[in-house]
Ligand binder design. Structure first.
Ligand code: NAD
Length: 290
């Protein structure tokens, strides 16, 4: 078993981005600028935002956090998004999810200018990505593809099973891996909470690649996968003792894997790296540096 080391891969990608940014700023251009809007103070969101801002610094970007109160009205949050949409000094905008319960998440996602939508959640980007067109790709799914690419894990012709159908992970990764993309051309089965258990087991036991994003510790057990499987664990589950685990019974499953992502240090790091790549693309689209 070998580890798909998200930290190593992300560090490599961030160093590459930092090199490009140093070139652009030496040529007199401003730095790429990522703005994150955080409404309220949800503990996991605080930690994700911290990690995104730290990665911005490493990449040579300006990272800006706009903190807004938990009780902010939806109309006011939308107005703040439009301000950032119209600010020529910002290249990429993230509204950290989840938004407070009284706010309609989809209205917020739809309000972000598609050309600044580095999370890749806006229907225009998601639709273009689905059609195989140029688009910002949803960051976690894009990060998984970058990780597979870094470790030269083939996807073409492989049987991939995705567990979980969220708009941010399961759905986009299943589309991306089945599309005719560089990292794609797989035969993908998308499973979810309504998939009968026996069908799920049939699928996972013959899969070459399993991608699990359900948010249940220990969901994937050793008897669910075949020898040599590539396992991508997207889950981030916080334990009462403060530890973080994924969706996989790592100790038993890893014995059967050819490759597996650790948690932490796997997909989470890649999500942030993908956000930086998308921000750099947004910046390059604006300035068209050589
Ligand atoms: P979600 O929490 O919105 O939904 C869970 C999904 O799991 C649903 O689609 C549901 O159908 C499926 N599911 C639940 N029980 C199932 C079962 N018994 N059999 C089959 N499918 C089942 O999904 P999400 O937002 O993608 O989050 C999933 C996990 O991934 C969470 O732990 C989350 O924290 C984590 N996550 C990690 C990253 C990262 O960067 N590593 C990014 C996003 C989410």
């Amino acid at each position: 078993m070998k580890l798909l080391d998200g930290k190593k891969c992300a560090d490599h990608l961030v160093a590459d981005i930092a090199g490009k940014v140093a070139g652009y700023t030496a040529a007199g251009l401003r730095k790429p600028h990522m703005t994150i809007i955080l409404a309220g103070s949800h503990a996991p969101s605080e930690s994700y935002v911290k990690s995104k801002l730290a990665s911005c610094r490493k990449a040579g970007f300006d990272g800006e956090l706009v903190r807004l109160p938990e009780k902010i009205a939806e109309a006011e949050l939308l107005a703040r998004i439009w301000d950032v949409n119209n600010d020529a000094g910002t290249d990429g905008l993230i509204v950290q999810l989840p938004v407070p319960k009284h706010i309609d998440k989809q209205n917020i996602i739809n309000a972000i200018a598609p050309e600044k939508d580095i999370d890749g959640f806006h229907p225009a980007n998601f639709g273009r990505m689905t059609l195989g067109q140029k688009a910002f790709r949803p960051a976690t799914a894009y990060g998984i593809c970058k990780l597979l690419q870094f470790y030269e894990i083939p996807t073409r012709g492989k049987h991939c099973v995705v567990i979980g159908r969220s708009n941010i992970v399961g759905k986009p990764i299943s589309i991306m891996l089945s599309n005719d993309f560089d990292i794609g051309n797989a035969t993908v089965t998308l499973t979810h909470i309504e998939t009968p258990r026996e069908l799920l087991l049939d699928e996972t036991r013959r899969a070459d690649i399993v991608i699990v994003a359900v948010g249940i510790p220990g969901f994937i057990t050793g008897d669910m996968v075949k020898e040599g499987v590539v396992l991508i664990d997207v889950g981030i589950n916080r334990l009462e003792n403060g530890g973080i685990v994924g969706d996989v019974d790592f100790e038993n499953v890893s014995k059967k894997c050819s490759w597996i992502t650790p948690v932490p240090g796997g997909v989470g790091r890649m999500t942030v790296a993908a956000l930086l790549i998308n921000t750099l693309i947004a910046y390059q689209n604006k300035f068209k540096p050589g």
